[in-house]
Design a protein around this ligand. Sequence first.
Ligand code: PLP
Length: 475
Amino acid sequence: MVHGSKASPQDLPSIDKLLRLPSVQPLLTAHGHTLVAIQARVLLDSLRVQAVAGSLQLADIQAETLSISLALGIEERLAPRMRRVLNLTGTVIHTNLGRSVLPQAAIRHLTAMMEGPNNLEYDLVDGGRGDRDSIVEGLLCDITGAEAATVVNNNAAAVLLSIAALAGGREVIVSRGELVEIGGAFRMPDVMASAGAIMVEVGTTNRTHLADYERAINARTAMLMKVHTSNYAVEGFTSSVPESQLALLARERQVALVTDLGSGSLVDMGQLGLPQEPTPQQMLAAGCGVVTFSGDKLLGGPQAGLIVGERDLITKIRKFPMKRALRLSKLPLAALEATLTLYLQPELLTRDLPTLRWLTRTPEQVTATAQALLEPMSAALTPRYTVSLQSMSSQIGSGSLPVDRLPSAGLAISPVLAGKRGTGTALDHLATTLRGLPLPIIGRVADDSLLLDCRCLDDVTEVLAQLATLRERLA
Ligand SMILES: *Cc1c(COP(=O)(O)O)cnc(C)c1O
């Protein structure tokens, strides 16, 4: 075997010489001197290491090769870390994949509002200062029946702010069955402490009664708190006090009743054929003073924390200094406005709001999508893997309705091997390759197969267009 001659460190050009190469000039024009010089140094450093190790060929440091390497380095450096992906995990509101996907109307409004200045806090009628809350307050009140509303960065902030504003330095009574932990270190006892409130636990893990709350109320009590047990289910011998009863008690004893709904769907999920989830409308009608919920769970909008309720309580929350630190930025606010506007046209939701469109897809519809992928995917993966159409279960995700499953369909991909040995490695290799595609495909591994649930796939061509690359990379 003939080897090309080795390059030694002295053969490497200087940075200046590299930057003067004619083939490097277009890079300087496109990106400016700073970045190109930094990447040139990175490239020469790595080539020097190879030269010292004796593994660098003279051919690797030809002008043409050097400028191609430099261009690749620059491209990699500028590639965004945040990437769009295809969520074929079967979890519709996937916390790790950015939760809800915005409706087109929200993307359009968001983009339009960011192209220039806007009236975020400006009253276009009288030319004076406006309040950013007023952009969505009317919509939220119309949809939920609340007297007033305000919005913050996320529901965790909504809960923290509500407790701090309404119960700072005083006692908050909460059932032991509702001391939830949401992923990412949001734990009710810690939130209470951060908000400067004194948490008073009542009842037991499985059963809490009205009398438990009644007995705990004293002169230091500011609030009764209900927390929706969104990401777990207490089953069996259980009892909790409905909001309507707590509301009577709260009114009689002159304390606030605040409910953290977590997801808080704005439409009756039951009417859409989905598992029932309490709505802010129901909580307010039951007499809750304040209800908080997320913008990017079942609501299907941007990350936001929505706070709706009685006017005097909302005013107190809005005026509390912490509100300034937690306020919603103009980007999600624009997206939220357009998303809420869709709720004025509820008939359009299952078509135009991706979260509800995907959740309400029938198994037959999902099967049709999977069917369209079956043959092309088989062709791309043969002979190492077999692909079959399979029924599977999707979940709603993001802590919503943790025990409910939606009948779904997708592809199950299994390695072709003599025995079970090597199955894990072969599946890992496939999953890694799928994640490495230009538009990464994220599935899930279960029962010695990689499952690609097609519930959230709107456009099969986004998969089909990548199959040639997939086939190449697996070879
Ligand atoms: C999800 C959730 C939260 C946190 O909401 P974010 O919008 O993620 O901040 C708080 N409480 C409950 C009950 C939840 O389900």
